[in-house]
Design a protein around this ligand. Structure first.
Ligand code: UDP
Length: 247
């Protein structure tokens, strides 16, 4: 941990996965999708695609529905989780719409087949789309209840052989404490998976960390609200936290 900026040589990435939580799409709102925020994120994605990097996206659904909250209010957990997965489909369509309005070719692939709104998830086809310069948005998480879109992002990043999983959040990385509530919280520039797990640092849930660790995919946590930050992080610029293998 230090205040020194991440200073490794910028690497040229071939393919990366961007994970956006549902909350990231809310902007300053309390619920749903804020069109201005979604458009700004779409512009950032376009910049990265234009620079020649293949991009796939996993979008969460927490701005609309979370399985755990449904279960807490008495709903059967699996039904609530399916509702959560359907929420990610709505967000994915919003993201696709914003990208297409910027002339970025985009395909949504859903882990729950729904032929009239999205393609089904087919790994080889997803790879082919990206090779052709299309952004692929993976909707409906993993298609299974009891999972989160963080784990779905780690799974798709592994399947797609992505060189990095970028998690766009409201803050510019991982801190020792909540930086919004505690002004003395310190920023981590680098972390290893082990420390994230042992210190229970809330980067992504533990199954997502385990999967990225096993497949050696670095996770970068950065602020999606700073315009152009997606591209900057890939150039190694600005402030963010990278989680990778120890040693
Ligand atoms: N979900 C699920 N399986 C998955 C991914 C998501 O059941 O593979 C459900 C789960 O109920 C979750 C909801 O979809 O609460 C929304 O996803 P998540 O909470 O990960 O969204 P985010 O926090 O990223 O907005």
């Amino acid at each position: 941990m230090s205040d020194v900026q991440n200073s490794q040589e910028p690497k040229k990435y071939k393919r990366v996965l961007l994970k956006l939580s549902g909350e990231a799409l809310m902007g300053s709102g309390q619920f749903g999708v804020d069109p201005e925020t979604v458009n700004q994120i779409a512009e950032d994605i376009r910049e990265v695609v234009d620079s020649g990097v293949q991009v796939c996206v996993v979008v969460g659904g927490g701005n609309i529905f979370r399985g755990l909250s449904g279960a807490a209010s008495g709903m059967e957990r699996t039904t609530a989780d399916y509702m959560g997965m359907l929420a990610t489909v709505m967000n994915s369509l919003a993201m696709q719409n914003a990208l297409e309005q910027l002339d970025v070719p985009t395909r949504v692939q859903s882990a729950i087949p729904m032929d009239t709104v999205a393609e089904p998830y087919i790994r080889r086809r997803a790879e082919r789309h990206m090779e052709k310069g299309r952004v692929v948005i993976f909707a409906a998480g993993s298609g299974n209840p009891y999972f989160t879109t963080d784990t779905a992002a780690a799974l798709r990043a592994s399947e797609m052989k992505c060189e990095m999983l970028l998690k766009g959040t409201k803050v510019d990385g991982v801190y020792t404490d909540d930086p919004v509530k505690n002004p003395d919280a310190k920023h981590y520039d680098h972390l290893d998976y082990k420390k994230v797990l042992t210190d229970d640092l809330r980067v992504m849930d533990t199954s997502a960390i385990a999967l990225t660790r096993e497949n050696n995919i670095p996770i970068t946590v950065f602020s999606i609200y700073e315009k152009g930050s997606f591209g900057r992080v890939l150039r190694g610029e600005g402030r963010f936290t990278t989680v990778q293998s120890e040693g």
